[in-house]
Design a protein around this ligand. Structure first.
Ligand code: GUN
Length: 280
């Protein structure tokens, strides 16, 4: 593999090994509760990967697979039960939820102390204010990957393409906290390619296969590809990898870049939730 390719899988394995070691010293295993509502094939794959990784490091999981037509009340009752259970340290509601359920209304009921996805508004606020908080897993993993290249990101121009609650918005805040100059772009942005062409760090989180081509990329940019797009030609990122590789200084591959880091950060957050709840 080219030495420009940032190996997220390798870093995730070393983080997982470290966690496994720490968890093996605990009297009790941390536990993660995962809730899935309805049938979404992509969510099935993500949740299976999360369960497998938990098992590898010694975190127990309890998965609740609820039918598509689950009511708001039924889901809120389950979350309340998990919020108050001493056996549960982390709660994750896999997204997307079916259309009849209001995502924010549901996520806002998860105890901020068990919010290992970092999606509760209290954790969002604490993160923005640089206080101790659960940070969303993908953005947290991206910062760890960036730090393997450069410890100090001060003054770099970062352009984020995409403004989702899960990736775009939180990564923008984390990059501001790293003293980057951050531009957030989205589907309504004018002259997108020329804005991206200014980016020392380009975060592609759009969800469109190979959308970022060579016209978007500055010489020696660091490119973080968050896309996981299933196409007839297989799994593709948001960046046209062959275009980018020639121009960039570093790039995350798809698969094997950001994805494994997201899961590693979920494990880290669950371990931290366990420690917080056990006053360790
Ligand atoms: N769906 C896609 N990404 C995520 C994630 O990071 N967390 C949850 N809960 N659902 C997702």
């Amino acid at each position: 593999m080219s030495n420009k390719v940032l190996n997220g899988k390798e870093l995730a394995v070393s983080i997982k090994n470290e966690l496994k070691q720490k968890i093996s010293c605990l009297d009790k295993k941390p536990n993660l509760a995962v809730i899935m509502v309805g049938n979404n094939p992509a969510s099935d794959v993500y949740v299976k990967n999360k369960e497998k990784s938990c098992l590898e490091v010694g975190i127990s999981t309890s998965t609740y697979k609820l039918p598509e037509q689950t009511s708001k009340e039924e889901l809120l009752n389950l979350i309340e039960k998990l919020n108050t259970s001493n056996d549960v340290n982390g709660i994750l509601v896999q997204l997307p939820l079916p259309a009849h359920l209001n995502t924010d209304e549901i996520l806002n009921t998860i105890s901020p102390l068990k919010d290992v996805d970092g999606f509760h508004p209290l954790n969002t606020g604490l993160m923005i204010k640089k206080q101790k908080a659960f940070t969303p897993c993908t953005p947290k993993g991206i910062i760890k990957l960036l730090h393997t290249i450069k410890k100090d990101l001060t003054g770099l121009n970062a352009v984020v393409v995409g403004r989702s609650q899960i990736v775009g918005l939180p990564i923008a805040h984390l990059l501001i906290n790293e003293n980057c100059t951050v531009t957030v772009t989205h589907s309504k942005t004018k002259n997108l390619a020329s804005i991206c062409k200014n980016a020392d760090i380009l975060i592609a989180a759009i969800g469109r296969a190979e959308f970022i081509t060579k016209e978007f990329i500055k010489e020696n940019a660091i490119i973080i590809d968050v896309g996981i797009n299933r196409t007839k030609d297989g799994l593709k990122g948001d960046v046209k990898f062959s275009d980018a590789l020639d121009i960039c200084s570093y790039i995350t591959p798809v698969p094997g870049g950001v994805g494994p880091m997201t899961i590693a950060m979920l494990l880290e957050n669950t371990y931290d939730a366990f420690l917080n709840q056990n006053n360790s």
